[in-house]
Design a protein around this ligand. Structure first.
Ligand code: NAD
Ligand code: MG
Length: 382
């Protein structure tokens, strides 16, 4: 029996790399659902190649175009955010790969764990916003959550076979494109410069998040929920070569790590094959050629977003949801050249000061918080 995969966000960076894995192991995997935001032409091409049962285009304006492009195929075509959620809940899916970006991933993650499906999770924003609901629901239904994010995959792999809880998690960070940029020069950085990541080729939003270290802050929150670790036992260590993907320290002083080339297809594939490992055709790690691996403390003054994320994790409630919503609006504005680089973190700080705080939020509270903070941040930008 092939593993039936619903791939949410199939036209994105993680989405396309997931399809590479499916292509390589076509005898084991089958993409039965593909979804995209706006890029209907690419989605139609993918549907012709992978012959899924259904495709969903989130932006309803492209429904007609997509239907026309696939009129000669037996595939069902749907549109809208609700359709993504419904299809996740549907029957002919074993595994949901959530490769959506941002808040849009939250409801589909919840739908996957509510219906007991395996969730291969790239969309870290789901856990940042609604970590408690997602983890509690998954433990109630028995839905496995397999991390796709490389750091969390490394931690997960380091924990396999251990019976004693870990003492500390050490998330590695590349430091992004501005690691060596003097602090006073940050304000003048453009979108083009922020999009030049040294090691990983990723979607635009996460690349900007990596440059501000919002991404690493979100990964601290993600690690907290995935591994049940309190904030003060999650560390961040800058490692510019991105070879050690993260580490776990145990009570006896042993430290385990997972190493590899910076290639997301490896953690994607592992999330799909765990507890097995399949062959992998990509480049292999050659440490002799690397020669040196270096490590340093993150510069918390230059990159305040990291500490802001720790604060949001400690405050709990809707604080991380507020941070995420302000960041999404700010990053979009920065990419469009409407605000400066340092305004991203400034807008996050102001949103956290001004937004209403709910200590024990429901999913409806997250929806209200996200909408309120988006409005507030957009108004501040104007
Ligand atoms: P991306 O922008 O390349 O792709 C996002 C996908 O989601 C696209 O298919 C897009 O069409 C779809 N989409 C966007 N907005 C949508 C909406 N409102 N409704 C429905 N669909 C929508 O992003 P990415 O780099 O592939 O990242 C995806 C997720 O994986 C993010 O949460 C990111 O943080 C995480 N992640 C990515 C990488 C990476 O290497 N790219 C690594 C680790 C984690
Ligand atoms: Mg990561």
């Amino acid at each position: 029996m092939k593993q039936k995969i619903a791939l949410l966000g199939s036209t994105g960076s993680i989405g396309e790399q997931t399809l590479d894995v499916v292509r390589r192991h076509g005898d084991r995997f089958e993409a039965t659902v593909l979804t995209a935001g706006k890029r209907w032409q690419r989605l139609a091409e993918q549907a012709r190649e992978f012959e899924p049962d259904a495709v969903v285009i989130a932006d309803e304006r492209y429904y007609g175009d997509l239907c026309a492009a696939l009129a000669d195929r037996p595939v069902k075509v749907y549109a809208g955010a609700d359709a993504i959620e419904q299809i996740v809940r549907g029957g002919s899916v074993d595994t949901v790969v959530n490769a959506l970006v941002g808040y849009a991933g939250m409801m589909p993650s919840l739908a996957a764990v509510e219906t007991g499906k395996k969730l291969a999770l790239a969309n870290k924003e789901s856990l940042v916003i609604a970590g408690r609901q997602i983890i509690e629901t998954a433990s109630r239904t028995g839905a496995p959550i397999l991390p796709v994010d490389s750091e969390h995959s490394a931690i997960f792999q380091s924990l396999v076979g251990e019976r004693t809880p870990a003492r500390r998690l050490i998330l590695t960070a590349s430091g992004g494109p501005f690691r060596t940029t003097p602090r006073e020069k940050l304000a003048g950085m453009t979108a083009r410069e922020a999009l030049r990541h040294p090691n990983w080729s990723m979607g635009a939003k996460i690349t900007v998040d990596s440059s501000t270290m919002v991404n690493k802050g979100f990964e601290v929150i993600e690690a907290h929920w995935l591994f049940g670790m309190p904030a003060d036992r999650i560390d961040v260590l800058v490692h510019p070569q991105s070879v050690v993907h993260s580490m776990v320290e145990f009570d006896d002083g042993a430290v385990k790590a997972q190493l590899g080339t910076p290639d997301m297809r490896l953690p994607i594939q592992y999330a799909l094959t765990f507890p097995e490992r399949f062959t992998y055709g990509g480049e292999r790690l050659d440490l002799a050629r690397m020669a040196t691996l270096t490590f340093e403390e993150p510069d918390r003054e230059k990159f305040p977003a990291l500490e802001i994320a720790y604060d949001c994790l400690r405050r709990g409630g809707t604080a991380p949801c507020t941070m995420n919503a302000a960041n999404e609006v700010a990053v979009a504005a920065f990419l469009e050249g409407r605000i400066g680089y340092c305004d991203i973190v400034r807008l996050i700080e102001r949103a956290l000061e001004q937004a209403a705080f709910v200590a024990e939020p429901t999913v409806a509270d997250y929806q209200a918080c996200d909408a309120e903070v988006r409005r507030m941040t957009a108004a501040m930008i104007r």
